[in-house]
Write a protein that binds this ligand. Structure first.
Ligand SMILES: [Zn+2]
Length: 275
């Protein structure tokens, strides 16, 4: 059976090794001990969680230095805290809880805040609500777990966007669905362009991930995706006249071939915020 986490024996041998800048001897040891490529890449890229000693699920660069995240440990922490907060709306609670259990890095976490903001200014009003900008004087956004203080490290994001939804019965649910789809799609996109091909979803996985979006788009009439597809269909059928007189060039035969370059640097993911 393929290993999906490090065994006690492996942890015992690697927990004191710093995975970055490994000596040849340690490199050989790691290759011998960790056979699963995915675990090995995670260990070498994100390091070990200081709590469970499994490889972290992310290590992001931020204005505050490197930010490490262990999905499993943080999900447990969040779950234990579920009883201590509620938004008062079970749809909102469900969405927030789901994002906290699934988050593989600090950018994917949603939290319920009951805070007061300062210097609130109206940005735009539309039929479904009002968007404001505002400031929060204090540390607001979650960064990572602080093992010394036993609490979350947070930072102040500066100006933030607030969205007030008019009190229409379906509105919050529809809005949350949009947020949820956006998060899921963002996750798929990031995995698809990962520099390491072994981290990208395979065709079967991609199919099942996109199936839900496709299902909503064609069968769930109340969904945003359904309305967008319908609108696109109407536009296409009214303006698309078809392509006529296509001629193929007799020599236009394209094939692919593998190019071999020596000494290319290892591919590395760009920081999404800098793209
Ligand atoms: Zn952990």
């Amino acid at each position: 059976m393929e290993e999906s986490k490090f065994s006690e024996e492996v942890i015992e041998q690697i927990k004191d090794i710093i995975p970055w800048g490994l000596s040849d001897e340690n490199n050989l040891l790691i290759d011998k001990l960790i056979l699963n490529d995915n675990l090995k890449t995670r260990y070498k890229t994100y390091g070990l969680c200081r709590e469970c000693y499994q490889p972290n699920t992310s290590c992001d660069t931020s204005d505050f230095g490197y930010v490490y995240w262990c999905q499993s440990c943080n999900a447990t922490r969040f779950e234990q805290d579920f009883k201590n907060w509620t938004s008062g709306d079970h749809h909102v609670d469900e969405l927030v809880q789901k994002s906290q259990l699934k988050a593989k890095n600090y950018k994917e976490v949603i939290e319920w805040y009951n805070y007061q903001f300062e210097d609130v200014k109206t940005l735009i009003k539309d039929k479904s609500g009002i968007t404001y900008t505002a400031s929060w004087y204090g540390d607001l956004c979650m960064l990572e777990w602080d093992y010394v203080r036993n609490s979350w490290k947070r930072y102040n994001p500066g100006r933030v966007i607030l969205r007030y939804l008019h009190d229409e019965p379906d509105n919050p649910v529809e809005f949350l669905k949009k947020v949820e789809s956006r998060i899921a799609m963002n996750d798929i996109i990031q995995r698809c362009w990962d520099a390491d091909p072994s981290n990208r979803p395979n065709a079967n996985e991609l199919y099942s991930l996109l199936y839900k979006f496709g299902f909503d788009a064609f069968f769930v009439q109340s969904s945003l995706a359904y309305r967008q597809v319908l609108e696109a269909y109407k536009i296409n059928s009214s303006s698309f006249t078809g392509i006529k007189d296509i001629k193929l060039h007799p020599q236009a035969v394209y094939t692919s071939k593998l190019l071999t370059f020596k000494d290319l640097p290892n591919p590395q993911n760009a920081d999404v915020d800098q793209i």
